[in-house]
Design a protein. Sequence first.
Length: 250
Amino acid sequence: MDGVREDADALYQEGDYEAAAAKYDMVIDYEPNNHYALYNRGRALEEIGEFEDAYDDFSTLLKMKKNIRLSRMARARCSYKLGNYKGAIMDLRAILRKDPKNLEALQLRGNSYLKLNEAPLASNDLDKVVAADPTNVHALISLGAAYARMGWGPTAVRYFDKALRIQPDLAVGYFNRGVVFFTYENYGEAMENFEKALSLDENYGEAETRIGMVMMNDRKHSLTQACNQFKKGEKLGDEVATAYLKEYCR
C-alpha cells in the first residue's frame, strides 16, 4: 500500500488531481484512518471542484482531530465555494481566535461577509488584509465592493483604481467602477467602464446587462438598444438580463 500512496503523492505533485484522488481512494479503502491520505484526497478533490466530497474529507479529519488548522481552513474554502458562507465564517472564526493575523482566513471571512451583505464586517477584515499586503489585488477589489455597498462611492473607486494600477487587465475592476458611477447617475463614466470590462472579457454577461441598464437611463439611447443589450446578457447566462427582458422588452 505504500507504493500506491507514493504513486498518489507523485500524481498530486504533478497536478493530476483526479488520478491522485482515485489512488488515495485505494489507500483509504485499506486504511480508513490514514489522515495523510484523507487530507491529500480532500485537497485533490478541492482542486477539481468536487467541493462536497472534499468538505466531507476535511470534516472527517476534524472529527479525528488531525491536521486541524489546515483541515479547518480547507473546509472553510469548500463551504465558501458551496455557498455556505455562514459555515465558512464559523470555521474561520475558530482559526482567527488562535491566529488573528492569518491573512488567508481574514480575506475569506471578509469575502464571506460580503456575500451575506454584511459590508461593515467585510471591510473590517479586508482592511487588515490590505494593510498587511497592499498589492493583494483581489482583496483590494473586495474591499472596494464593501465600501460601495456602504455608500462610500469615492472610497470604493479609489480601491478599484489601486487594483487596476497593479493589474490593468482586470475586467472586474472596471466593472465595479462602472457600478459605482451608475449608482451616482454618471452614465458616461459607467458606460466607459462597462465597455472596458467587456473588451477585456467578451463573455462578461453582467457587463452586457449593465450597458443595457445605462441605455435605459440615458436619454442618448433607446429602449430598443437597451433590449438588444439585455439579449446579449441573457445569451451569456446573466439572470438579471432575463428579468429585464421580461419586464421591459415584451
